[in-house]
Design a protein around this ligand. Structure first.
Ligand SMILES: Nc1nc2c(c(=O)[nH]1)N[C@H]1C(S)=C(S)[C@@H](COP(=O)(O)O)O[C@H]1N2
Ligand SMILES: [Mo]
Length: 209
């Protein structure tokens, strides 16, 4: 039996159909990681327990402060449900991170008017530089739960930063604190050529993008 010519789409039309079918949640140059959740760590996963974990906000703030695990959990619970995007081009849809909004910590610390940027730093020494505006206004979390369970150590447990509207390298695992600054300071990946902001919808992967 010869194939029915009518059932075989031509190459050009296939390409166009794929573009039209592209999931609107997928930023340019990204693919859907589906059920997987890759681990991307520059460091060895630290042996960090909830009892050892602290979170500090300092730099250009009125009241520099360190929270213990219990003190952080006394703040109002907040959840992120949505998508995440790694600069290595995987995206993951419909994730659920539970923790506390970064606004709760920053509200207590009182950012100075001069503060424009932050450096997020991990208990391992990893750092990421971000505009302050990207971690305020309900767009960033300190998260200790994933899908209702404790955040696995390899994914940053006991707690990590989650800034889901930017490429995920900004979301420092094993988060230890934020330092508020009046200027941009590049962190680990930004010192290696990555973008100061990292908006996946504008494909801000590398400095100059
Ligand atoms: N401390 C620390 N945080 C980190 C990283 C890292 O290497 N160390 N990698 C970043 C990158 S590039 C991504 S994509 C995400 C990966 O998080 P995951 O391993 O939970 O997927 O964490 C980010 N936060
Ligand atoms: Mo990443």
């Amino acid at each position: 039996m010869t194939p029915d010519a009518g059932t075989e789409p031509t190459r050009g039309f296939t390409g166009r159909a794929r573009a039209a079918d592209r999931d609107p949640r997928l930023p340019p140059g990204q693919y859907d990681a589906r059920d997987g959740w890759p681990v991307l760590s520059a460091e060895v996963t630290p042996r960090l327990t909830a009892a050892d974990w602290t979170f500090r906000v300092d730099g250009l703030v009125a009241r520099p402060r360190t929270w213990t695990w219990d003190e952080a959990h006394a703040l109002p619970a907040s959840e992120y449900r949505g998508d995440i995007h790694c600069v290595t081009s995987w995206s993951k849809f419909g994730v659920r991170f539970g923790g506390v909004s970064l606004d709760a910590f920053l509200g207590a610390a009182g950012p100075a008017a001069a503060a424009t940027h932050v450096v997020a730093y991990s208990h391992t020494g990893y750092t990421a530089g971000l505009p302050l505006a990207d971690v305020t206004g309900g767009r960033a979390w300190i998260a200790w739960e994933y899908d209702g369970a404790p955040l696995p150590p390899e994914h940053g447990g006991p707690a990590r930063l989650v800034v889901p509207h930017l490429y995920f390298w900004k979301s420092a695992k094993w988060i230890a604190g934020l330092t508020l600054l009046d200027h941009y300071e590049p962190g680990f990946w930004e010192q290696n050529g990555y973008h100061h902001r990292g908006d996946p919808w504008h494909e801000q992967r590398y400095a100059g993008d």
